[in-house]
Ligand binder design. Structure first.
Ligand code: HEM
Length: 505
């Protein structure tokens, strides 16, 4: 008997159903994790603050690779460096996308910044562009005198208004980056570029916060016209977008004007633009690449954590000061040239990066293909989070991980140094922080923390404020996590130290 079209259609549907059932039956399970509720999954299990602590507990219960599901979206959590390397490094070609964040990425425009840029040709050309320029240690070292000078200015600000520690750190970190990225010298007091960037970073935090905007959970809402009730996010996105564009365009226009006048300082942008006939696209990329650097604020958190650690561990501060005094003496401040002779101070900087996780959960990666790892199924489009906090506080890797102890990185007879946290804190794979030590803008991340730590220890004593509140060893929630606020006393170590701080820069 001949088959009718309806038989064929039914057969096709049946075949599809059988195929789906068969493939579903044969699909391995997701990595283990807490029990999932229908529809909600683990929505109620993830704490709204400091999720890395809960992620670490799941690591202890279910192993180094675990997973949860939130409203149908699988999230895989990696709790050890080895598993992060296996997935994010070794399978980087499929683990390097970023999650789609409708409000921040799409509507406001952060997808043009490196951190949120989708993985693809444009991303690769950004990183290639940067690497060809700054893979050279020579170019990066040429920025060191500038960094020493800005650090000296930081010491001066600290001398006169130590109570404004956090804002001095923010200003100095921003200044160093703007000098290197745009060749721009920040004004003392209120500065137009710094204020604009501060506003834009706050807006980014709001626009990217999970649960902050309904459009982040239901991205298709972004297509609704602004007159539809409940789409107030559209108007706000327009304001944020305008501010972001100003933060990117205004300093860029300033550099072009300086280049035309022949007064431009050496900077990343001057290297990219000077004497080159760039296409519109190349110019666009250069502009957003330079702005991407300015958006990296993790080192503010690391420097602030250094001050907190010194208040809590005065014996560590005293030991580093003895080392600096013995090598540098009392008649000058330390500089990069002294670094190799200051191993304890350098270990102290490593311990700051380990003890305080500036980016406890990194920036989430997104899978672009299905993957099976160790018998577990990780679907295309799922999110992968490296729990950096757990990796740097794992007792299997670090002895007494909650204690601040630079000695752990110093080789002793019969004892190897513990793992260098630089292999963890800058993330993994093709999205590893470009501020990583083997990468092109290391001078901005590791080096800027080192020079501030070394000169501050040489010049100041940092101690508990006798009238201040009890200090807790805690940190704020967020992609970039700061130490919780604390009070401390910051005083020059001697009259000579005070003179050195006030000397002309
Ligand atoms: C203490 C200093 C710093 C730490 C701990 C840190 C940490 C991180 C981490 C964990 C990531 C995510 C990596 C991943 O997705 O696996 C990241 C990305 C990034 N960082 Fe840093 N960072 C620091 C300093 C800086 C500085 C100074 C800059 C600016 C030059 C910077 C620029 C960036 C950029 C542009 C990305 C995004 C890279 C991409 O998505 O391809 N970071 N950083």
């Amino acid at each position: 008997m001949a088959l009718s079209w309806i038989d064929l259609t039914l057969a096709a549907c049946g075949a599809m159903l059988i195929y789906k059932l068969a493939t579903r039956r044969h699909k391995p399970p997701p990595p283990p994790g807490p029990r999932r509720l229908p529809l909600l999954g683990n929505l109620l299990d993830v704490p709204s603050t400091k999720p890395w602590i809960k992620f670490a507990e799941w690591g202890d219960l279910y192993g180094d690779i675990s997973s949860i599901s939130i409203l149908g979206q699988q999230i895989t959590i990696l709790n050890s460096a080895s598993v992060a390397v296996e997935l994010l490094d070794k399978k980087g070609s499929i683990y390097s996308d970023r999650p789609f964040v409708a409000m921040a990425g799409e509507l406001v425009g952060w997808k043009n910044m490196l951190g949120l840029m989708p993985y693809g040709d444009r991303f690769r050309s950004y990183r290639r562009l940067a690497h060809t320029l700054f893979g050279s240690q020579t170019i990066m070292r040429s920025f060191q005198p500038l960094e020493e000078m800005e650090t000296h200015r930081f010491l001066k600000r600290l001398l006169f208004t130590p109570e404004n520690l956090q804002s001095h750190i923010e200003k100095t970190a921003g200044t160093i980056i703007l000098r290197i990225s745009h060749g721009y010298q920040v004004e003392e007091g209120e500065d137009e570029f710094v204020s604009l960037a501060t506003t834009v970073m706050e807006e980014f935090s709001q626009a990217s916060a999970p649960g902050g905007f309904v459009v982040n959970s239901i991205p298709s809402l972004r297509h609704l016209p602004p007159w539809v009730p409940g789409t107030g996010f559209q108007a706000l996105a327009k304001v944020y977008k305008g501010n972001l564009a100003r933060m990117v365009d205004v300093p860029f226009a300033w550099v072009k004007q300086q280049l035309a006048a022949g007064t431009a300082q050496q900077s990343i942008l001057s290297h990219l633009l000077e004497g080159k006939d760039l296409t519109e696209n190349q110019e666009f990329d250069a502009k957003w690449l330079a702005a991407s650097l300015y958006a990296g604020t993790y080192h503010v958190s690391a420097i602030y954590a250094f001050f907190k650690a010194m208040v809590l561990y005065p014996e560590v501060m005293a030991k580093a000061q003895r080392e600096i005094d013995s090598i540098v003496g009392h008649n000058r401040l330390p500089g990069f040239a002294d670094k190799q002779d200051l191993p304890y101070t350098s270990s102290l900087v490593l311990e700051v990066h380990r003890w305080h996780s500036a980016g406890p959960t990194g920036i989430p990666h997104r899978l672009t293909e299905d993957d099976i790892h160790d018998g577990w199924f990780l679907p295309k489009g799922s999110i992968v989070i490296a729990n950096i906090w757990k990796m740097t506080h794992d007792p299997r890797v670090y002895t007494n991980p909650m204690v601040f102890d630079p000695e752990r990185f110093i080789a002793k007879e019969g004892k190897e140094p513990e793992m260098d946290p630089s292999n963890l804190v800058f993330g993994f794979g093709r999205r590893i922080c470009p501020g990583n030590k083997s990468s092109w803008c290391q001078v901005l991340a590791e080096a800027s923390v080192w020079i501030i730590v070394a000169t501050t220890l040489a010049a100041f004593n940092i101690s508990r404020d006798p009238n201040g509140a009890e200090i807790d060893v805690d940190q704020t929630s967020g992609t970039v996590s700061l130490p919780t606020p604390f009070e401390c006393s910051i005083k020059p170590r001697s009259v000579k130290a005070s003179e050195l701080i006030q000397a002309d820069v």
